[in-house]
Design a protein around this ligand. Structure first.
Ligand SMILES: Nc1ncnc2c1ncn2[C@@H]1O[C@H](COP(=O)(O)OP(=O)(O)OP(=O)(O)O)[C@@H](O)[C@H]1O
Ligand SMILES: [Mg+2]
Length: 194
């Protein structure tokens, strides 16, 4: 996972987040300078409702063709965040982790939203046999839990969300890795500060 900060850098961010709790976005306190700093943010999520609300914010900036990675330990809140996104996109049904079949398709209006969970993925042949590669195309949004378990098979992410369990809730780091991802974060900021 490129570019994630060290634990001490994260602690620094945690303290800052408490100091500036009113700010919706936190600029990462690491070595980024200039415009690069705008492509990496940290947010506190006090409870499950906050995670779902973040999902709604993400839903507002998504468009087809994007690849999103959700990382973090077991129980960090990846599926909750996905549920928040899907609900805000208009999906009314149940959203659970596709742990055994690895992927769940949500067809919402004209959008194909693929929710992958590679926690139990261990055979690259399965990737080819299932035709997963074709799912990553310009007409779909692919959101992936546990992308690290698929190794180098996956295309790169446009946006990455790294969730950390804290004493009272969660922290999430948000990072754009491509031009498309950076445009999404820019759009997000414009929605927050019109
Ligand atoms: N901000 C939050 N603060 C506290 N609890 C939260 C927060 N967000 C989600 N949770 C809770 O964390 C639990 C686990 O969430 P979830 O299933 O989304 O994790 P996950 O990262 O998808 O786990 P897995 O790796 O097993 O798929 C749920 O009970 C959810 O309510
Ligand atoms: Mg999950």
């Amino acid at each position: 996972m490129p570019g994630w900060p060290t634990a001490s850098a994260l602690n620094a961010v945690n303290h800052q987040t408490q100091d500036y709790a009113s700010e919706r976005f936190m600029k990462h306190s690491g070595n980024h300078t200039g415009s690069a700093a705008k492509h990496h943010f940290t947010r506190n999520l006090a409870d499950e409702t906050a995670t779902l609300a973040l999902g709604a914010e993400i839903a507002a900036i998504l468009h087809s063709g994007l690849v999103i990675f959700l990382s973090g330990d077991l129980g960090a809140g990846k599926t909750t965040l996905t549920r928040g996104i899907l609900r805000s996109l208009g999906f009314q049904g149940k959203v659970t982790s596709p742990t055994y079949n690895l992927v769940e398709l949500y067809k919402i209006s004209r959008l194909y939203f693929y929710h992958f969970d590679f926690y139990r993925f261990n055979d690259p042949i399965e990737w080819e046999d299932a035709g997963f590669r074709e799912y990553f195309n310009a007409d779909s949004i692919c959101l992936v839990e546990w992308p690290e378990k698929a190794g180098g098979l996956l295309p790169g992410a446009d946006l990455q969300f790294l969730l950390h369990v804290t004493e009272t809730g969660r922290n999430v780091e948000i990072q754009a890795d491509t031009e498309a991802g950076r445009r999404c974060l820019k759009h997000w900021r414009s929605l927050m500060n019109p």
